[in-house]
Design a protein around this ligand. Structure first.
Ligand code: MLC
Ligand code: AMP
Length: 506
């Protein structure tokens, strides 16, 4: 059987003329497909020479850069399991991943090298490198390495990437994503969104999550396209670069920020073919304003780390606001009640999905994996959906206690666990409330029986930032005597969400 390493698929689709550009940066650096092949080969060769073997995990917490993408591709080539980490994760958060994933190598930012080396040693990880995004060296080692490397053969069901997602238990779980699953979903999206010769992707998202890494980069690579690679989302720079692009993928915050920019208009979008939104619900108001301002209809799609993309509004045909479109080809979706019984069309219920896009399971958590699948192989997404007569789905709620802030998922349980250790805190409830920029923002409600012992709101927030990535830290903390509970004794988060709904909006 042919090598199912997804890098082999990419390679088969790269332009014959390897001098064609794959990445351009706003600073003016240009890299060709030939550069991509050489650089990724160097990383694969170097890590192999250093003793990293196929199936070993390589944990990577680095700033976005073309070299960071080449490192990802190098890991695929080497058959290593790539483990990307949010650059916002604190030392404490990193420690969990080092312990849980037992990586063979860790790659970090140059400024973090000393700290990460010490941390990794504590966890028995000997190989620690820093990636210099400009020079593209791993501790200066990669420069001397020959840029040749044969793609390591992989079966489709072998793990390509582990992506950690937190959970309702508060303990992050590593979703194992296979080479074939990645390939299937990438090919489906490439076809569904009509990628064509001459497409240029304006890439504004981070590359440590599936949206920026798989959905955006994989489509461009399968198309042999150029990406304009922005180190981070910057609204004014995005408006400047837009006329040079044909495709943009963003979370809803990207679209609301663009609309807030006076220079953003139809002229800036004159060469654009497609705007895609996902990772969080796109408000109908944003959808409509965007259409009025630019003449473009945003295409909203739906997926998750464990499944890749499941549904998408159509490229041709009506894109309905407030919906995420019908199931993508090859993906089965169904809406069921709490006992997995299918519901009548039009009824809201738990969304389950099945298809080649679905992940292989949670790293070293067979029981958790089994619990998330039904006997007939459907994955329980934890989202509540409703389907219209045309088959379009709307995500109307979440069965899981989760907040989505600016496209990042926050699991209240994890934050409550940290807040509950603060002096003066009896218990806490973390909720999401409407926020004009982030869609939802994280807010904590603390029940205190000793307000004198409780630090000030600002001190609590500053303290939490040393333990938790910034996007997880509550933007406001409200203090109360007791949390509202139902007759079963469960905290009524819906009551709190209502009470504090106006925290950021009027
Ligand atoms: C940053 N901050 C956030 C935040 N992002 N707070 C809440 N929610 C967020 N999303 C905080 C920082 O901690 C910091 O706090 C302050 O805001 C400014 O930080 P910044 O780095 O300057 O923010 P900015 O660059 O403006 O980032 C905003 C953003 C970014 C929207 C561009 O969050 C982003 O790129 N989001 C996309 C996430 C994404 O790709 N998700 C896809 C997941 S995959 P302070 O207090 O220190 O100032 C997935 C599946 C699927 O969900 O379907 O796609
Ligand atoms: P993640 O675990 O980061 O992959 O986030 C996946 C979750 O994001 C899904 O389970 C949904 O709750 C949410 N999500 C993704 N896309 C959309 C969308 N278009 N509309 C509403 N929610 C979405």
């Amino acid at each position: 059987m042919a090598n199912q390493n997804i890098y082999a698929l990419f390679q088969s689709r790269f332009p014959a003329d390897r001098d064609r550009p794959v990445i351009e940066t706003p600073a003016g650096d240009v890299f060709s497909y030939g550069d991509l092949e050489r650089e990724s080969a160097r990383y694969a060769r170097l890590l192999t020479d250093q003793g990293v073997r196929p199936g070993d995990r390589v944990a990577v917490q680095v700033d976005k850069s073309p070299q960071a993408l080449f490192l990802y591709l190098g890991c695929l080539r080497g058959g290593f399991i790539y483990l990307p980490l949010n650059t916002g994760y604190t030392a404490k958060e990193l420690d969990y991943f080092l312990h849980d994933a037992e990586p063979a190598a860790v790659i970090c930012r140059p400024d973090d090298l000393d700290r990460v080396t010490a941390q990794a040693r504590n966890r028995g990880v000997a190989r620690v490198y820093s990636l210099d995004g400009r020079a593209g060296t791993l501790n200066g080692l990669a420069e001397s390495v020959e840029p040749h490397f044969d793609v390591v053969p992989r079966q489709g069901d072998e793990v390509a990437v582990i992506l950690y997602t937190s959970g309702t238990t508060g303990r992050p779980k590593g979703a194992m994503i296979g080479h074939a699953g990645l390939a299937a979903n990438s090919l489906t999206l490439h076809a569904a969104w009509g990628w064509q010769a001459g497409d240029v992707l304006l890439h504004v998202l981070p590359i440590f999550h599936i949206h920026g890494l798989f959905i955006a980069c994989h489509c461009a690579l399968l198309n042999g396209s150029k990406m304009i690679f922005m180190p981070r989302f910057d609204t004014a720079e995005t408006v400047r670069q837009l006329p040079r692009a044909t495709v943009l993928m963003g979370v809803p915050t990207v679209y609301t920020r663009l609309l807030a920019e006076p220079d953003f208009d139809a002229d800036a979008c004159r060469n654009m073919r497609l705007f895609v939104s996902g990772s969080a619900p796109l408000l109908e108001q944003t959808f409509n304003e965007f259409h009025t301002r630019t003449g473009h209809t945003i295409l909203e799609r739906y997926g998750m780390t464990e499944t890749g993309m499941n549904t998408s509004n159509p490229l041709h045909g009506e894109r309905l606001p407030g919906t995420v479109g019908p199931a993508l080809p090859g993906v089965d979706v169904r809406i069921v009640d709490a006992r997995d019984r299918p519901l009548a069309p039009g009824e809201a219920g738990q969304l389950q999905v099945r298809g080649p896009n679905v992940f292989l399971g949670y790293w070293r958590m067979p029981d958790k994996t089994a619990a998330e699948f039904t006997a007939d192989g459907f994955f329980r997404t934890g989202d509540i959906a409703i389907q219209n007569p045309l088959g379009y789905l709307s995500i109307v709620g979440r069965a899981k206690d989760m907040v989505i802030s600016g496209g990042y998922n926050v699991y209240p349980k994890e934050i409550e666990g940290v807040i509950d250790t603060l002096p003066g805190v009896l218990e806490s409830a973390v909720i999401g409330v409407p926020h004009p920029d982030f869609g939802e923002a994280v807010v904590a409600v603390i029940a205190s029986d000793d307000r004198d012992a409780l630090p000030s709101e600002a001190d609590m927030i500053a303290g939490l930032k040393t333990e938790l990535a910034g996007y997880k830290v509550p933007k406001r903390i409200h203090v109360v005597d007791t949390l509202p509970r139902n007759t079963m004794g469960k905290v009524q988060k819906n009551v709190l969400r209502e009470r504090y709904a106006g925290t950021f909006t009027t």
